[in-house]
Ligand binder design. Sequence first.
Ligand SMILES: CSC[C@H]1O[C@H](OP(=O)(O)O)[C@H](O)[C@@H]1O
Ligand SMILES: Nc1ncnc2[nH]cnc12
Length: 295
Amino acid sequence: MDSMIGVIGGSGLYDIDGLEGATWVKVTTPWGKPSDEILVGRLSGTPMAFLPRHGRGHVHAPSDINYRANIDALKRLGCTDIVAVSAVGSLREDYRPGDFVSVDQYIDRTFARTKSFFGAGCVAHVGFSDPTCPRLSDAVARAVPAGITLHRNATYIAMEGPQFSTRAESNLYRSWGADVIGMTAMPEAKLAREAELCYASLAMVTDYDCWHQGHAAVDVAQVIRTLTANAAQARDTVARLPAILAGDGPGGHTRPSCPHGCDHVLGTALMTAPAKRDPDLLAKLDAVAGRVLKG
Ligand SMILES: CSC[C@H]1O[C@H](OP(=O)(O)O)[C@H](O)[C@@H]1O
Ligand SMILES: Nc1ncnc2[nH]cnc12
């Protein structure tokens, strides 16, 4: 299979540099408009697509992002892998502002978002015990430049927002064992799984949320200060990724099927009997589930 890396940029990352032949492309989807046009080009020869999650100029709030359109658009363009860059608050002393975090578990506390491509007329249940792809997460971890502290195997709590947490909530999430907090990884990671895309996180700690007695409670100015200082390292990480992924594969821009099965989850997930499926929904699922619905 030909590989294409999709990068979803979070707060503070609205474009990437160094893409050869870079063009902003408008992608239409059956789920509505993605957050923005998508920057498509090649990095070290590997096809790459970059989508700013909040749109250029940060116009979409976390609850208003069209997560389904974003994931569909990236899949429609040919992405096989998604690296989700995000700003997070730290819920632990040893995760300091400026540190990078590789998330591999999520707690979903969001409640005002559409979380599935499937539903009435085509019901599906995909496995989500391991929401990120270990192969892609390892590659992202190896791409983080030397000198940056990287914490691996972290748990991310996704809150609805847009307000930051109360101190009682922040302490509650700490007691649950969550390591970092943000507002956007859900339902993004769930939808990437449904679309059979490998998904990995590159989170950047920007603040200590509000639980830490020794630090002021989070505010946007603090988040932006840390992000501005870190954006270059996030861009470097993305720039190093193609060579690392190519070195893991058979060479060229092809890659074998995901050894963890991310690209085959729909094989066992569809519940609705073929005769009972809704043709309108099936038509919308052409990019996301075409592999299993065709023929
Ligand atoms: C600007 S602070 C809150 C904002 O930042 C994070 O965005 P992203 O995950 O896209 O990097 C957080 O989730 C909130 O949306
Ligand atoms: N403390 C925090 N809470 C939620 N989202 C965040 N993004 C960055 N810092 C955050």
